[in-house]
Design a protein around this ligand. Sequence first.
Ligand SMILES: [Zn+2]
Ligand SMILES: [Zn+2]
Ligand SMILES: [Zn+2]
Length: 138
Amino acid sequence: MDAVEKILAHKHVRPTAMRLLVYKFLAAKERAVTLTDIENAFVKSDRTTLYRTIKTFSENGIVHQIEDGTGVAKFALCEDGCNCDIENDLHLHFHCNVCNQTQCLTDRKIPQIKLPAGYKAIDVNLVVKGVCNTCNDN
Ligand SMILES: [Zn+2]
Ligand SMILES: [Zn+2]
Ligand SMILES: [Zn+2]
């Protein structure tokens, strides 16, 4: 088994050829991708299959979905050992207003948020907007 097959197996996802390809595509990206980015990278593949692949990844803690305010959901690979647990695994995201890219700041964890009694968090999306290090160079 190669490394990616092991990661998928560990997350209880059967490593089909399509899943391995999509995982490797995501791993090669430093920024979060949209479903359209994935479709454009795999033009010969069935869109439904690609959508289901991302859905499976998302349900099994292989990718997480990011709402960066652009109205289009983006996806990025989870870190090793991530369970997408609100209390322990969530990190900050950065959206660059110049290049329109969104990236994970995985070493910037979101501190635990204490909600008032009777409130239950299901998802947290913390996105910082500004200018990324690449765009800031010029
Ligand atoms: Zn995760
Ligand atoms: Zn930028
Ligand atoms: Zn992220």
